[in-house]
Design a protein around this ligand. Structure first.
Ligand SMILES: [Zn+2]
Length: 297
């Protein structure tokens, strides 16, 4: 386990305990989320280091790397995923009609394949070698291991995406530096993360599936994303809700809390969360942030 001594956003070293909870998904181990007293950033502390964390992903059920269509949750997930690709494509189209896209944490490559079929030049990076291989064999995609981002880019990209990936990254500032290096000057970055300030986080508290301890190392809010990226010379140009996530996260949270999926109750809480998000500064279950580099001239 590694102990974080300074806040990765503001450099302060004064934290309070925000919550204690468990890895409900896999290890059942207990973890602590702390809150930076200065900027409010929430993160797991202490946390498994970059070597130790791998054993918390050792599950065939870990859905982002799974193509299983068994079970109701997985079925819904797959249907929604297809529709999601179209929605994500529409978001990108608002800013770039065509060009090149780098997806960091591309898993088995479905999202990139969608873009490839629309005529984009695509590249992915993915830490999981099984997922990498699937992306290559299923869709003939150019998918490399994450270490390539440490190298000087051979090409830069118009769009860089991280779909529910940033909360898993051990060295935030290094990752953002890599993004900067690989992005053309007028390019856009799209980042989706769970929102710890959502109503479903409030309803389920310690059982909220968006915490996904310890795989989610950080529990972002609109403020922390703003602070983190402003510090790294990016500005948020659009914030978009992911309205399906409230339902999906509520089903998982019900399961963690009660042992049952309680589909109807979860559905009602999902609705409640979306309604609340509409009225409360866009604080939906998960958010997509569109960012660009600040032009420093
Ligand atoms: Zn801080």
């Amino acid at each position: 386990m590694e102990k974080i001594e300074t806040c990765e956003i503001c450099g302060n070293n004064n934290f309070s305990v925000y919550m204690e909870s468990f890895d409900y998904f896999l290890s059942k181990e207990k973890f602590t989320i702390v809150r930076c007293e200065k900027c409010g950033f929430l993160f797991v502390n202490p946390r498994p280091d970059i070597i130790e964390i791998s054993r918390y992903y050792k599950s065939k059920e870990y859905i982002s790397h799974s193509n299983s269509k068994k079970g109701l949750i997985n079925k819904i997930y797959h249907i929604v995923r297809r529709r999601n690709h179209k929605n994500k494509y529409k978001i990108v189209q608002k800013y770039k009609n065509n060009g090149s896209i780098l997806d960091i944490g591309c898993a088995t490559g479905e999202f990139l394949n969608f873009f490839k079929n629309c005529g984009w030049n695509v590249m992915g990076v993915e830490p999981d070698t099984d997922a990498q291989n699937l992306a290559r064999t299923q869709y003939s995609l150019n998918v490399l291991s994450e270490s390539v981002l440490n190298e000087r880019p051979k090409e830069k990209f118009d769009v860089i995406t991280m779909w529910h990936v940033l909360e898993h990254v051990h060295q935030l500032s290094i990752k953002i530096e890599q993004i900067k290096n690989y992005l053309v000057d007028d390019g856009i970055v799209i980042i989706a993360v769970p929102n710890a300030a959502s109503k479903d986080a409030d309803i389920y508290r310690n059982f909220w599936a968006g915490y996904d301890l310890p795989r989610h190392l950080y529990h972002f809010t609109q403020k922390s994303i703003h602070d983190l990226f402003e510090k790294n010379d990016f500005v948020i140009i659009e914030t978009i809700p992911m309205k399906f996530d409230s339902f999906y996260v509520s089903v998982l949270s019900e399961k963690y809390k009660t042992g049952n999926k309680n589909i109807i109750k979860a559905f009602l809480n999902g609705l409640k969360s979306n309604k609340w998000g509409t009225k409360n500064n866009n604080n939906f279950s998960s958010l997509i942030f569109v960012l660009k580099k600040i032009n420093k001239k």
